[in-house]
Design a binder for this molecule. Structure first.
Ligand code: NAD
Length: 524
């Protein structure tokens, strides 16, 4: 389904304002949900499409968070006793509901977050996919049996539910990151509290509302299994500090992660951190340059440069650098920038003015550091005076200066040259972040080296594809200040469970490990 014709274009501001808010209300109707009980005056939610108000909500107080945690603990006590495959059944039903409502959910996500509809649909698909993944996982939460050094002993590892998960998420993936963590945590036997970004709470209420519906219809699901705490950083802090929140999964900026990590570590809680990236692609002389161009443009400009995996640094071999930059700038000039609800649009708006100001500050600093800037200016779209639409920028840099080493959450692609693969890898690794990386090359030795221990130091290492667009099966996350967490994929379910190592002696003697002797004279 395409967006309704009348809101795909951007007409006069007043008209759009009422249309988008009405569209949100009608989407909740279609989903059979309401957010009336969340209405208030502390938090105004805007659409980045035109800056119009979508709703005003009430934020959770620290007292509300306390009550939610108490409810979540009660829910956990019941849920952990439900066999894992039956926990999977709840997630299966939820996935079916999301699939049934994919279009309205995509539209809502696009209106609140500003990503283009095809990317919004992709994000909803990711929620559906992770549900299927989690259902399968619910029958595969296995431990190991380890060879014991003692005769007639069995040594086993069990995985048990961990407790309450507090999940803090960012605005740029307002549904998928929550689903990655929560659906897996649910099959692992945990209860959960979601603190979504204050910029995208309506999307959260819709996705969590459908989960609550699935839980209401499922006898084995206790009340309050998944709750939503609407609020800003203070609400996130209350969750991070709470001694009864066993796991804090936090996705967002490095600044946020630094605060959350210390708070959670201070009380010996478990944190899973998914923080900022500053992702690079190397374009080698042997690369298929058409492929590299396509890969680079999508990775740099998708979601208006607001993906954690967005391509921010391009490291191009000096022999092809000028020609490649010329093709890159020509292709950037063809990008259609406009309403994300229009199927023809490539690049929607930035989330808000703060993001725009940050982008302009970064471009100014890049100029001071010797950069040549192409694009980056704000575009005036009729009827969208409070929407922040920009032409994605390419900045030719003389080297990896201070601004290049920072993550600016906007579509800015810094381009640098290199002579040897060693130099390129040193540039790629020469930043504090370690999320995603890629190399475009047809040279097998280069490709292998890049993936090896001598190559990229990132959590994600790609060959001949861009830095963004990860699949759910692989462990997702990054190293260094990106936080080291793996929210989902592969064996990251272990983050949501606790391990018990059990030794059973089925002999009539008591041999001690490592041959320790401790003979006692015990009267029979
Ligand atoms: P942000 O850090 O401003 O906010 C993220 C979330 O943290 C929000 O819910 C916010 O309310 C909360 N928060 C902020 N400060 C907090 C604190 N001190 N204690 C507790 N909670 C706090 O980030 P954002 O602007 O929403 O998102 C963009 C950032 O997120 C970028 O840096 C991006 O790279 C990163 N990100 C990383 C990943 C990943 O998987 N590595 C995925 C998406 C986004």
């Amino acid at each position: 389904m395409n967006a309704p014709e009348n809101i795909a274009k951007i007409p006069s501001t007043a008209r759009v304002a009422s249309l988008l808010a009405k569209q949100v209300a009608s989407t909740f109707d279609q989903l059979g949900l309401s957010f009336d009980d969340r209405l208030g005056s502390d938090l105004t939610v805007f659409s980045p499409i035109d800056g119009s108000e979508l709703a005003a909500l009430r934020m959770a107080t620290p007292g509300d968070v306390d009550a939610m945690v108490a409810n979540a603990r009660t829910a956990f006590a019941a849920w952990k006793l439900v066999p894992a495959p039956h926990r999977g059944e709840l997630v299966r039903r939820y996935g079916a509901l999301v699939r049934e409502h994919k279009e309205p959910l995509s539209l809502l996500l696009s209106i609140e977050n500003g990503k283009i509809l095809t990317e919004a649909r992709g994000e909803v698909q990711e929620v559906i996919d992770i549900c299927e993944y989690a259902v399968g996982l619910s029958r595969q939460l296995f431990g190991l049996t380890i060879a014991s050094e003692r005769p007639e002993h069995r040594l086993t590892e069990y995985w048990h539910p961990m407790g309450v998960l507090g999940l803090i998420s960012a605005f740029n993936f307002p549904a998928a990151v929550w689903a990655w963590g929560t659906t897996v945590a649910l099959v692992c036997g945990d209860s959960a509290i979601w603190k979504p970004s204050e910029k995208t709470p309506l999307t959260a209420l819709a996705f969590a509302g459908l989960l609550a519906k699935a839980a209401d219809d499922y006898d084995l699901a206790p009340d309050h299994l998944v709750q939503v705490a609407i609020g800003d950083a203070r609400c996130g802090t209350a969750i991070a500090d709470h001694p009864d929140v066993a796991i804090v999964s936090a996705t967002g900026s490095v600044r946020m992660g630094q605060d959350v990590a210390v708070r959670v570590a201070g009380r010996f809680g478990r944190s899973v951190l998914e923080l900022g990236g500053n992702n690079a692609a190397i374009i080698a002389p042997s690369a298929d340059l058409d492929l590299a161009l396509r890969g680079a443009v999508f990775a740099a400009t998708g979601t208006c440069g607001q993906r954690c995996t967005t391509l921010r640094r391009l490291i191009v071999h000096n022999s092809i650098r000028d020609a490649f930059v010329q093709r890159l700038t020509a292709t950037f000039a063809t990008l259609r920038i406009g309403s994300p609800l229009d199927d023809a649009t490539h690049v929607g708006p930035l989330i808000d003015q703060m993001a725009f100001d940050g982008m302009q500050r970064a471009l100014e600093q890049a100029r001071r550091e010797g950069g040549i800037v192409h694009g980056g200016e704000r575009l005036d779209l009729a009827g969208a005076t409070d929407g922040y639409y920009v032409r994605p920028a390419i900045v030719e840099m003389p080297g990896q200066s201070a601004i290049v080493r920072e993550e600016t959450f906007a579509p800015i692609l810094y381009v640098m040259g290199y002579d040897t693969l060693d130099d390129a890898i040193a540039l790629q690794n020469g930043v504090s972040q370690g999320l995603s990386s890629s190399i475009f090359t047809n040279d097998m030795r280069e490709a292998e080296r890049f993936q090896s221990a001598q190559g990229s130091d990132c959590g994600i290492v790609n060959v001949n594809i861009g830095t963004s667009g990860a699949e759910i099966g692989g462990a997702f996350g990054g190293e260094k200040v990106t936080g080291g967490g793996r929210v989902s994929g592969s064996d990251s379910w272990k983050n949501y469970m606790r391990r018990a190592t059990a030794t059973v002696n089925y002999s009539a003697s008591l041999p001690l490990a490592q041959g320790v002797k401790f003979d006692l004279d015990i009267d029979p």
